[in-house]
Design a binder for this molecule. Structure first.
Ligand SMILES: Nc1nc2c(ncn2[C@@H]2O[C@H](COP(=O)(O)OP(=O)(O)O)[C@@H](O)[C@H]2O)c(=O)[nH]1
Ligand SMILES: [Mg+2]
Length: 203
C-alpha cells in the first residue's frame, strides 16, 4: 500500500457551521492506540485548536463530530476517541465496522507504544475486513526514540499509512485530517456517494 502522503497547506480549511450546503463527504474515524499517546489531544487540536498539558483520562469512548469546509467542499467528520485501556477494549468492535479510517496513535518518545501498534492492527483486523489504517506518531517536538525512518519502514511492512504530528505545537494535525478525508475508503472505493467522489477527486 502506498505510504507516501502529500501535505497540503491548511489555509483552505474553515469552519462550516454556518454553511447551508449539505456535506459532500461524510467520514468516520476511530482513534486507537495506547493510553497517553495523545489521541484526545490530536482531536482537541483539530476541533478546537486547544492543547492541555494535563492528562484527562478518556472513559470508554467519546464521540464528536465536526463539519468543515475545504476548498468550498463541506466535509462532515465523526470521530470516536477511545481509552486505549484493556478493560474498555471489548467496546471498540462496536465502533469499528462503520468506520472509514482507523487511526492508531503512538508516542515517538515511548517505544512500547510503538511496539504495541502491531497488537492494535491485529485487533482491528479481527474486527473489520480490509481496514484503512493510519498510524500516527505524536509528540515529535520532544526527544524522540522512534525516528521517522523506523516508523515509516514498519508501517510499509504492515500495509498502513504513516503520518507524524505534534498536537502540542500544532504540527501537521490539519494535514492529517485532510489526507484522511481524501483517502476515505467509502467515497473513493465504493463510489457509494456518487457525486461526492468527483468533489473529493477535485480537491
Ligand atoms: N509533548 C507533547 N505532549 C503531548 C502531545 N500530545 C499530547 N501530549 C500530552 O500527553 C498526555 C496524554 O495526552 P492525551 O491526549 O490525553 O492521550 P490519550 O490517552 O491518548 O488520549 C497529556 O499530558 C498531553 O498533554 C504532544 O504533541 N507533545
Ligand atoms: Mg484520551
Amino acid at each position: 500500500m502506498l505510504t507516501t502522503l502529500h501535505f497540503t497547506s491548511h489555509e483552505d480549511f474553515a469552519g462550516a457551521n454556518n454553511s447551508e450546503k449539505k456535506p459532500e463527504l461524510d467520514h468516520k474515524i476511530v482513534f486507537l492506540g495506547n493510553a497517553k499517546t495523545g489521541k484526545t489531544s490530536i482531536i482537541s487540536r483539530f476541533l478546537h485548536n486547544t492543547f492541555s498539558e494535563e492528562y484527562a483520562f478518556t472513559i470508554g469512548a467519546a464521540y464528536t463530530k465536526k463539519e468543515y469546509l475545504y476548498l468550498n467542499h463541506v466535509i462532515r467528520l465523526s470521530m470516536w476517541d477511545t481509552a486505549g485501556e484493556e478493560r474498555y477494549m471489548s467496546l471498540i468492535p462496536m465502533y469499528l465496522p462503520n468506520s472509514d479510517e482507523v487511526v492508531i496513535v503512538f508516542d515517538v518518545t515511548n517505544r512500547k507504544s510503538f511496539e504495541d501498534i502491531e497488537n492494535w492492527i491485529s485487533f482491528v483486523n479481527s474486527a473489520i475486513r480490509d481496514p484503512m489504517i493510519f498510524v500516527v506518531g505524536n509528540k515529535i517536538e520532544e526527544d524522540r526514540v522512534i525516528n521517522f525512518d523506523e516508523a515509516h519502514q514498519k508501517c510499509s511492512e504492515l500495509g498502513c499509512f504513516y503520518f507524524e504530528v505534534s498536537a502540542k505545537f500544532n504540527v501537521h494535525v490539519q494535514e492529517l485530517f485532510l489526507v484522511m478525508a481524501k483517502k476515505t475508503k467509502t467515497s473513493i472505493k465504493s463510489g457509494k456517494f456518487g457525486k461526492r467522489d468527483d468533489a473529493i477527486n477535485q480537491m
